[in-house]
Design a protein around this ligand. Structure first.
Ligand SMILES: [Mn+2]
Length: 413
């Protein structure tokens, strides 16, 4: 007996056309590899699509690839992942299950107050396949507690348990996920086909859980790990007696991870650093993951020219740029902390603190900016008067604003 085990495909996670093409090509190649290896069936342990109702173009392309596999007479057994599942709408997984593209395993039913998941016998191999679907926020934990373990233990044959939940014993320092203990799994299975953890983990030697990790990574943190060397792919499992695994490396791209520390630098200095990297870096055919963070010494974050940076990288043949810049801050809008007894005092102090950053050539505005801001706020606070029309209210507020700011000439001009 031989089968493939994939998980966390997250199809459609990327909207970039180049990455989307790579994503579908990786899926096609992986399914072809399963046919070439002459597997009996394929298991996908959840998170097949990135959202429960994905873009139909993504569904069309991937169903075409899945059907090529299914038409060889082999089945694809799946459970929902946390991304596939929705408590209040039908998932694309249900539709593909109805259509015969997938076979959803472990459909739950109640038996003497216990949860008894449906068990499917694979016709080609005789393997017994069951499991528990993932749900949002690890809500499937309860299902593990209520599982009819005696029933599952009584099944005879080669048994596969498919699930989409993190195992707490596998948690690395700094990793955050809610999971189950490996002791919460039903005992006596020959293979535990896991999904949800986004890195390859293989405890099959000790009859423990196996996580293939994502097949392709078109998004954020996982893409960063990929360009920093994490391998992506799936497992081929051979079982004549005990299950033996082989990791199939399908890593679809190589890349560069490049952090920029903007702390204490001017926007111009960061622009120069970005320019050098984009112009001389070995970026051709690579996925570039760039993280820019820190508080700029001067200048606004909007003065960091990411548009030219992206353009240069594209011109020099980079495959894709993943840019993370939400940790980049400008001193000019840094968070303020003030201590005061009442809201009026807080307002007064905050305005006073911010006074220094107003940059205008108008002396009246720059000198008394805190006072002007306070007066403006006071006038804006006056609600619409009884009987005042929407239009009248608006013109009154605008007139008040112009008067407070002392910009009558400017407003008319
Ligand atoms: Mn996932």
């Amino acid at each position: 007996m031989k089968f493939g085990h994939m998980a966390d495909l997250h199809l459609g996670a990327t909207s970039d056309p180049v990455m989307r093409r790579l994503e579908i090509e990786t899926l096609e190649k992986s399914l072809q590899r399963c046919i070439d290896e002459d597997v009996d069936f394929l298991i996908i342990s959840g998170d097949i699509f990135h959202v429960n109702i994905p873009d139909l173009a993504v569904v069309r392309d991937s169903v075409r690839a899945f059907m090529k596999f299914v038409e060889t007479g082999r089945k694809i057994y799946v459970v929902y992942g946390s991304h596939d599942f929705s408590p209040n709408s039908t998932s694309i997984i249900d539709i593909l299950d109805e259509a015969g593209v997938f076979v959803r395993v472990g459909k739950p039913s109640a038996f003497n107050g216990r949860l008894r998941p449906s068990v499917i016998t694979d016709e080609r191999s005789g393997a017994l396949i069951t499991g528990i679907s993932g749900r949002r926020a690890s809500l499937e934990k309860e299902a593990f507690i209520n599982l009819d373990r005696e029933f599952l233990a009584s099944l005879k044959g080669f048994k596969v348990f498919v699930f989409h939940t993190g195992i707490e014993e596998d948690r690395l320092e700094g990793e955050r996920y809610e999971g189950i203990s490996s002791t919460d799994l039903p005992t006596g299975f020959d293979y535990y086909a896991g999904g949800h953890l986004h890195r390859a983990i293989d405890h099959s030697g000790k009859k423990g859980v196996v996580f293939p990790g994502p097949l392709f990574t078109g998004w954020g943190a996982d893409m960063e790990a990929t360009v920093r060397g994490a391998r992506r792919g799936f497992f081929i499992v051979e079982a004549n007696g005990a299950a033996k695994t082989k990791f199939i490396d399908m890593t679809a791209f190589e890349g560069i991870y490049k952090p920029f520390d903007a702390a204490g630098k001017t926007a111009q200095a960061i622009n120069d650093e970005l320019k050098v990297f984009a112009e001389v870096g070995n970026v051709k055919d690579k996925v570039i993951v760039v993280k820019v963070q820190g508080d700029l010494a001067s200048g606004k974050t909007s003065e960091v020219d990411f548009v030219s940076f992206r353009d240069t990288l594209t011109k020099r043949g980079a495959l894709y740029l993943h840019l993370s810049r939400n940790q980049l801050r400008s001193r000019e809008v840094t968070q303020l902390t003030v201590n005061a007894d009442d809201s009026a005092e807080v307002e007064e102090r905050v305005l006073h603190e911010l006074e220094g950053i107003v940059r205008t050539k108008d002396e009246n505005l720059s000198r008394g900016s805190a006072k002007i801001a306070k007066e403006l706020l006071a006038r804006l606070r006056v609600p619409k008067k009884e009987g005042e029309t929407e239009g009248n209210y608006e013109s009154r507020i605008v007139a008040d604003g112009i008067e407070t700011l002392g910009i009558k000439r400017l407003a008319e001009g």
